[in-house]
Write a protein that binds this ligand. Structure first.
Ligand code: ATP
Length: 516
């Protein structure tokens, strides 16, 4: 784990050094849990968004997009349950003065218990070699059994406390299991309190009276309140979906993991409207479709897992997370929720407007049920960066840092490098950039040795570099160098668009997942 933390620190400084992510307001010492994306970061982020957007609205005839406002009528947040129930249980350590989420402290302990069990299994696997029967070992080994029983006991208590909203019991668990503050190492805990995560502000001038409005904590509600507008004007028939990408804001209690948990972040959400009773079938379908979307990036199939929710939100009848193996363990990147008809019914009640859909096939009206897929752009960005960041030993003792980004997501697709500035090589290189810049993002670089220029491109994840040399002026060929293998090949300039274009296009990713 210590090594992983080291890698995570390096990744954070790499993000800054190469223009991916900067701390917000840095010259004023930053603003906690708020970040800005730099010149490389914004390209990567846009590519992630495009991949998601196109996978929704191009690959599905029955999904359309919208872009709703961040400010919405405050009653929306009453109807959605956010005013009353969008809370995290927080607890303070009196010695370190640090604030924690009580549920996260307990979840971390559960994760440690899981680790212990896995260590026992690993040790035994080594000891027994080929003859090891893992299933039998898990079922019969007394130490494993003991760990599992302890874990189950804690887990059951925790789930019950969360479901009952029992804050005293949460605190008691922390005390009983002797959970200490990671900073002070003490158990000097305060009571557990509920903390609402919504930011609010005032709208309108004070002379006329003003209204308390919220910065939306999720983009979903903008979709719900527009669902009939879209359904009617787009002549949509159930089942259909509405997709949206936009900013969301949460006053997170603990925000210490770089862009994993921010106070201002971006979501890509799709709400899929279905017939009542068909929601669990669609829930299963969307779980599969979304996992496929992730896996098509080639970051490693073993880096994903589903985590079904123990505590269902007030609106859900099924929920799962897609977790990704971050440098700090498996963490949620996307949530898939069967939200029932909770939101639409509640908006009917609070607004007094009918939000029913007339189903021509059934010849009846109903409030549709909803499956939601909700993914954070920033968490996706972090998972892509974490999986791509790589320090490599090269022959001759050299090292390089390379971002093995999926080519379709890389900020720059091609670097064009004249061997020297003179003899017309610079002009020739510029010609190549001028011809290809309509197809994909190219970068021209003439400074420093070729070796150094390759390293700079490796560090930002550019999948292809081409070098223009004196022979190029004669044979119209360049040396193309592949980022991952560092292999070099002589190819005609005319073929570059073809060789590179296919691999770097979002289309290449979409084709992998299209047969749904
Ligand atoms: P967590 O349990 O980690 O707080 P959540 O379950 O509250 O997350 P959802 O409400 O399901 O998250 O939001 C959907 C997605 O939005 C998450 O899967 C995540 O990718 C993203 N997200 C939520 N909160 C944040 C945040 N503070 N910073 C960055 N992304 C976030």
């Amino acid at each position: 784990m210590a090594q992983q933390e080291e890698v995570f620190k390096k990744l954070i400084s790499h993000c800054k050094e190469y223009g991916f992510v900067f701390p917000s307001s840095e010259i004023y010492d930053g603003l906690s849990a708020v970040y800005d994306y730099g010149q490389m970061g914004v390209e990567l982020k846009n590519n992630i968004k495009k991949y998601w957007w196109d996978s929704m609205v191009l690959l599905h005839e029955n999904i359309v997009g919208i872009d709703s406002a961040i400010f919405m009528h405050p009653t929306i947040w009453k109807a959605s349950g956010h005013v009353d129930a969008f809370n995290d249980p927080l607890i303070d350590n009196r010695d370190s003065k640090k604030r924690y989420r009580a549920d996260v402290l307990i979840e971390d302990l559960l994760a440690k218990m899981d680790e212990k069990i896995e260590k026992e299994v690993e040790k035994a696997a080594k000891r027994f070699g080929d003859s090891f029967d893992e299933k039998l070992f898990r079922e019969t080994n007394p130490r494993v059994q003991e760990h599992v029983a302890k874990r189950e006991e804690l887990h059951n208590r925790f789930v019950k406390a969360m479901n009952d909203n029992n804050l005293e019991e949460l605190r008691q668990i922390i005390l009983d299991y002797e959970i200490v503050c990671p900073l002070s190492g003490t158990r000097n805990w305060t009571e557990v309190r509920q903390f609402n995560l919504m930011f609010s502000t005032e709208m309108g001038s004070t002379a006329d009276g003003s209204m308390k409005v919220y910065l939306r904590p999720e983009t979903a509600q903008g979709i719900f309140v527009n669902y009939l507008n879209v359904q009617k004007t787009g002549r949509m028939r159930i089942p259909f979906g509405i997709a949206q990408i936009g900013k969301a804001f949460r006053n997170e209690i603990v925000a210490r993991q770089f862009i994993f948990r921010m106070r201002e972040f971006e979501q890509m959400e799709m709400q899929f409207f279905v017939r009542p009773g068909e929601e669990l079938k669609w829930f299963a379908k969307w779980k599969e479709t979304r996992l496929k979307w992730h896996k098509a990036l080639g970051l490693g199939d073993n880096k994903y897992r589903f985590h079904d929710h123990d505590k269902l939100a007030h609106y859900a009848n099924a929920a799962t997370d897609i977790e990704f193996e971050m440098p700090f363990g498996f963490k949620e990147v996307e949530g898939i929720h069967s939200r029932t008809n909770f939101d639409l019914s509640s908006h009917e009640k609070y607004s007094g407007k009918k939000l029913q859909y007339f189903d021509p096939e059934l010849n009846e009206s109903y409030v549709p049920y909803v499956i939601e897929t909700s993914i954070g752009v920033d968490r996706m960005f972090l998972s892509v960066m974490a999986a791509s960041y790589c320090e490599e030993e090269l022959e001759g003792g050299d090292t390089r840092v390379v971002l093995r980004l999926p080519a379709a997501l890389a900020p720059v697709k091609l670097a064009v490098l004249p061997l020297v500035r003179k003899d017309g090589l610079a002009e020739k290189a510029r010609e190549i950039v001028d011809a290809l810049r309509f197809d994909f993002k190219c970068q021209y670089d003439e400074k420093d040795s070729i070796g150094k220029r390759y390293r700079r491109q490796d560090a930002i994840g550019t999948p292809f570099c081409v070098t223009v040399d004196h022979d190029t002026l004669v044979d119209n060929c360049v040396t193309i160098r592949f980022r991952d293998t560092m292999e070099q090949k002589r190819v005609p300039i005319d073929e570059l668009a073809h060789i590179i274009g296919e691999q770097v296009s979002i289309k290449s990713l979409l084709q992998k997942i299209a047969n749904d």
